[in-house]
Design a protein around this ligand. Structure first.
Ligand code: FAD
Length: 390
């Protein structure tokens, strides 16, 4: 990682502003100094590097697009994408922490919250003083969140929250949870749950082979009394969580690119140095085929990300456009990780290189925030007008 060279075959850098390049270079230095040297050890121990949360806040990785008056970076979506790309070049689990905080916790509080909620939560989440999580998925409702069983009932002075959420990134460490639940009318509403509320617990999920340096858990609500001021007032229905996912999935499309770039760069360098049959393995056509296809796919994905970012800046990016990018880029990254793993031979399965960790991480990334196949069906629906997932 010390000598990482970012592929830029189509001079995409020319499409970036000086500010974009500066932000990318500062996050790249941060990843090189703070993440790359320690992450393999944390992943091997399945431990979450909690000390990085405050540091993420300091470098502006949390809520880069949230206006500065609430502690955010006030940046555009290309800058946000580049930040996700660089963090995921280090580790998908670390990018997940940043995605969840920015897109799934800060974004809904900013977009759907009251002014009091924005002022109370956003600056502390931006600085990393508080860590947040996002509770949508339930044990029996993953791809079909509309079926959720968690309920929120009006009990006069407060709401009563009951149910449970599963597979929640950051949950065991989180101070704040944005949780989606059904009210008496069966409408999905969002509430802000705080650690310490009676009846609220966050058991950790163990034995993951993927995103090992990211902390994943459940959210359990047993008659939790939620103050009325903690309901997100300005959103009603499934579109609330889906809008959050649009924002996070956009970041994932860029993040996966970062993981792919790291695998490609590592494979290219290894192929040039590794000698077999008295030659660098890079001189064999089959290795060159792998490298050429990696660069081709990375270049295509870079262009998709850049164009999607410009559309997002103009407020024009659609859910299906984001589905295409998330689906394409994560599969591309996973494929590149697998090919890079082969180029590294036996060394590829060790923690000496980041490849196997990226590969295992990407198995979660291809499943969360809408599985690979669900995004395909979203595209199928767009093309035909026929929803095949129902
Ligand atoms: P299922 O929905 O049961 O799907 C199983 C398989 O069936 C998949 O291949 C799927 O594509 C397929 N399938 C389902 N329905 C259809 C259909 N109609 N047609 C064709 N195929 C179908 N959730 C949160 O709310 N917050 C988080 O922070 C969060 N973090 C996560 C972190 C990790 C590490 C992981 C693994 C998951 C996380 N998730 C989180 C949950 C994630 O979003 C879900 O795992 C995902 O939506 C899939 O749901 P599921 O696992 O229940 O799979």
């Amino acid at each position: 990682n010390d000598v990482f060279e970012s592929p830029d075959f189509y001079q995409i850098d020319d499409l970036l502003t000086e500010e974009h390049k500066l932000i990318r270079s500062s996050i790249r230095s941060f990843v090189k100094k703070e993440i790359s040297p320690i992450i393999e050890d944390y992943a091997q121990r399945a431990a979450f590097p909690q000390h990085l949360v405050k540091k993420f806040g300091e470098i502006g990785a949390f809520g880069p697009t949230i206006p500065a008056e609430y502690g955010g970076g006030g940046l555009d979506y290309i800058a946000y994408g580049l930040i996700m790309q660089e963090i995921e070049r280090g580790d998908s689990g670390m990018r997940s922490t940043a995605s969840v905080q920015g897109s799934l916790v800060m974004y809904p509080i900013y977009a759907f919250g009251s002014e009091e909620q924005r002022k109370k939560y956003l600056p502390k989440l931006a600085s990393g003083e508080w860590l947040g999580c996002f509770g949508l998925t339930e044990p029996d409702f993953g791809s079909n969140p509309a079926g959720m069983l968690t309920t929120i009932k009006d009990a006069g002075d407060y709401y009563l929250l009951n149910g449970s959420k599963m597979w929640i990134s950051n949950s065991p460490m989180a101070d704040v949870a944005v949780v989606w639940a059904k009210n008496e009318d069966g409408r999905i509403r969002g509430v802000i749950v705080e650690r310490g509320m009676e009846g609220f617990s966050t058991p950790e999920i163990h034995n993951k082979w993927s995103l090992r340096a990211s902390c994943t858990g459940e959210l359990v609500f047993d008659n939790v009394k939620i103050p009325k001021a903690n309901l997100l007032p300005n959103i009603d229905g499934l579109k609330g969580p889906l809008k959050c996912l649009d924002s996070a999935r956009y970041g994932i499309a860029w993040g996966a690119l970062g993981a792919a770039m790291d695998c490609y760069d590592s494979a290219r360098r290894y192929a040039m140095e590794r000698i077999q049959f008295d030659k660098p393995i890079a001189s064999f056509q089959l290795i060159q085929k792998k490298l050429a296809e990696m660069l081709t796919e990375i270049t295509k994905a870079q262009l998709v990300c850049w164009r999607l970012g410009m559309l997002k800046n103009e407020g024009k990016a659609t859910t299906t456009q984001i589905s295409l990018a998330k689906r394409n880029n994560v599969e591309m990254a996973l494929h590149i990780a697998r090919e890079a793993r082969q180029i590294h031979g036996g060394m590829g399965i060790t923690g000496e290189y980041s490849i196997m960790r990226h590969m295992m991480n990407l198995e979660s990334v291809i499943t969360y925030e809408g599985t690979h196949d669900i995004h395909l069906l979203i595209l199928g629906n767009e093309i035909t007008g026929i929803p095949a997932f129902k």
